[in-house]
Design a protein around this ligand. Structure first.
Ligand SMILES: Cc1cc2nc3c(=O)[nH]c(=O)nc-3n(C[C@H](O)[C@H](O)[C@H](O)COP(=O)(O)OP(=O)(O)OC[C@H]3O[C@@H](n4cnc5c(N)ncnc54)[C@H](O)[C@@H]3O)c2cc1C
Length: 614
């Protein structure tokens, strides 16, 4: 393989990775908002000092980047900023994502119509404090003591007819909001609190309330209790649990999204039902999923570049062939090229989700997704949620493989790969738990709820040549269709023909969760391969073989199901491995230029100061 630094990027690949949406000026502005200095921390900081620096950098980035409202209206620009933050510092990515998409996002989306009203002064102030980076956004959604708490938060916002406002309360320790990023004692925080609105003694659905949690100097507001979590290293932010002790908030703190309580005390909500209200209140999620998919692509590219930098030019002393370059061995070569290929494939997926708008993007618009049982996410946008799950899993796999194939230096000489792994791992739960998204997707597939099984066509096309995108798609569709049919039949059989979901729905699904998760994951593979196949057709010529390698790796990962379903014959894996060896032989001489088109900043790929000083 060529050395990393010597390589010249292919122009076509460069254009593909940069994407179609941002011009050179916009890209430069994003790079300046997260300068190279943000890629490391000075040594010797306490955890709190480090977190303070993360927030200071968030402030600097926010002031240098385009205004927040513009970013939230321009997914490619916001994703570009968050991608750069993710490869610089996963902790910075996390607090930046919370700030823009999960605090400012709900204020602008659900509070826009009420902004001009006199009573909305608190909301306008919160918006201005967040937009000017005088305060940082935080999210109080998940509750610590029960699973699936998003479906039914026990935090209550009780309407108080006397004041006209609300009283927010945490009924018990199990309903404490955790994790939240609120522990730092000197960092001002503004929270988006998800609570069940109670009016006239009746629950009216889940709404968002804006609460200034910590004032300008970081002082905790009366009625708020913050319990610091112990220090952790997986993704280093200031975690804490938050409890609200009958905290009064004005009517204007309610991000009403068109709902209201009239002068006569009557409650009105255009959502029409508590279930529809929950879906609407979760309508901020697409911005999160786009960002998480884009960040997954970015850290995958960065990890691939890091692994190539470690591998290129490294000599082995193995007895089969002393002094043979490490990348001559298929295992390392396939790890490096497979990681580069995953980086390109996720880039294609990220470009797809950044540029496509869905029903959920329109405030108050009809939800695009099916009914759900495990979490609210698929109801908002089934495929975007599913792609978030697939992208984080892919990033986690690839980053972990890059870490292992980078040996001790990849673990001990620099924190970067460990930090990327922490980020990918965290977002398999955060931003919508992956497994729950898979189960809700599988249920929609089995019930044919806004889902049409893919049509593979008769027999494998192109003589079954695994280099053909039509063959990848045939196999992916065939696996998905067969698995769905079997899942639907098994669940129906377990229900004993009961058309309703009760009373045996739990037993029927609980006996089939393994097949359900794999069926939804097969659907995710098919969607990814459709996006990747389209990019291979329309993209620059150099893209096709690298995306082809990724497709082979996806088929290898899905081989157990293809074989189990009889969608591929015995010996299928031998064919995949042979095709992969051919693909790698073709790509190996171009590894350097494939990585160069990622335009990774120097701090990511250059050897650490520690190792060069030896
Ligand atoms: C690093 C990080 C930062 C976060 N930051 C925030 C934040 O700032 N604000 C916030 O509000 N939240 C935050 N979260 C919370 C995140 O949204 C939740 O972790 C996630 O939704 C999972 O919920 P849980 O932690 O309660 O786990 P659980 O719901 O207990 O899920 C744990 C596992 O149990 C299984 N499971 C759960 N329920 C079921 C079921 N019904 N059927 C089958 N299996 C099930 C699943 O496999 C799941 O993966 C953060 C999470 C992480 C990891």
């Amino acid at each position: 393989m060529e050395t990393f630094t010597a390589a010249v990027p292919d122009e076509g690949l460069l254009g593909f990775v940069r994407g179609s949406s941002l011009d050179a000026k916009a890209r430069t502005r994003i790079a300046e908002a997260v300068p190279d200095e943000f890629f490391t921390y000075p040594g010797g900081l306490t955890a709190r000092d480090r977190q303070a620096l993360t927030y200071e950098r968030l402030r600097r980035a926010g002031l240098a980047a385009p205004p927040a409202a513009e970013l939230l209206d321009d997914p490619p620009a916001l994703c570009a900023l968050l991608e750069r933050a993710a490869i610089a510092d996963p902790a910075l990515f996390h607090v930046m994502l919370l700030h823009y998409t999960l605090a400012l996002g709900p204020i602008l989306r659900f509070g826009a119509a009420q902004m001009p009203e006199t009573g909305a002064r608190g909301v306008r102030e919160a918006r201005d404090a967040l937009a000017s980076m005088d305060s940082f956004g935080t999210l109080l959604m998940t509750e610590v003591g029960r699973s699936n708490s998003h479906l039914s938060p026990r935090t209550i916002a009780r309407h108080d007819p006397a004041s006209g406002g609300f009283v927010l309360s945490t009924p018990d320790a199990q309903a404490a909001k955790f994790p939240t990023s609120t522990a730092h004692p000197r960092v001002p925080k503004t929270a988006a609190v998800y609570a069940t609105l109670v009016h006239g003694g009746a629950e009216r659905g889940v709404f968002v309330f804006v609460v200034p949690l910590r004032g300008p100097g970081g002082a905790v507001a009366p009625g708020v209790r913050v319990v610091d979590a112990p220090e952790t290293t997986g993704l280093q932010v200031d975690y804490a649990a938050v409890l609200l002790d009958d905290l009064p908030v004005p009517y204007g703190a309610w991000l009403r999204d068109g709902a209201s309580i009239g002068a006569n005390g009557s409650f009105h909500d255009p959502a029409g039902s508590a279930a529809a209200r929950l879906t609407r209140s979760m309508g901020i999620a697409p911005a999160v999923w786009r960002a998480v998919i884009s960040a997954s692509a970015a850290i995958t590219r960065a990890s691939a570049g890091t692994l190539l930098a470690h591998s290129a030019g490294r000599t082995t002393l193995g007895r089969l062939a002393p002094r043979r370059p490490l990348t001559d061995y298929r295992n390392q070569q396939e790890a490096v090229l497979g990681a580069l290929a995953a980086g390109y494939a996720l880039t294609a997926v990220a470009e797809h989700v950044k540029t496509a708008r869905t029903a959920a993007d329109h405030p108050g618009g009809a939800a695009g997704g099916p009914e759900t049982a495990w979490a609210p996410w698929s109801a908002v946008d089934r495929d975007l949620a599913l792609l978030k799950a697939a992208a984080t899993v892919q990033a986690q796999e690839t980053v972990s493989a890059c870490r292992v194939h980078s040996g001790a230096p990849g673990f001990a000489a620099v924190e970067r790969l460990n930090a990327y792994r922490g980020l990918a791992h965290a977002y398999m739960n955060a931003g919508g738990d992956n497994e729950l998204i898979l189960y809700d997707t599988a249920r929609a597939m089995a019930d044919l709820d806004r889902y049409v099984p893919p049509e593979p066509g008769a027999g494998p096309p192109d003589g079954g040549d695994l280099a053909s995108p039509r063959v990848w798609l045939f196999l992916a569709r065939e696996a998905e269709r067969r698995m769905r049919d079997r899942l639907a039949a098994r669940v129906a059989e377990a229900r004993g023909g009961d058309p309703g979901d009760q009373p045996d729905a739990f037993a029927a699904w609980n006996g089939n969760l393994v097949l359900a998760a794999r069926t939804a994951a097969a659907s995710a593979d098919r969607i990814v391969l459709e996006i990747v196949g389209a990019a291979a057709e329309s993209g620059p010529p150099a893209l096709r073989p690298v995306l082809g390698l990724h497709a082979l790796n996806v088929l290898e990962r899905r081989a157990a199901d293809l074989l189990n379903e009889g969608a591929a014959p015995p010996g299928f894996l031998d064919e995949v491995w042979a095709a992969r060896r051919r693909a790698c032989d073709e790509l190996a001489p171009r590894a350097g230029s494939l990585a160069a088109a990622f335009e990774l900043p120097a701090p990511v790929t250059s050897p650490t100061a520690f190792l060069t000083s030896l």
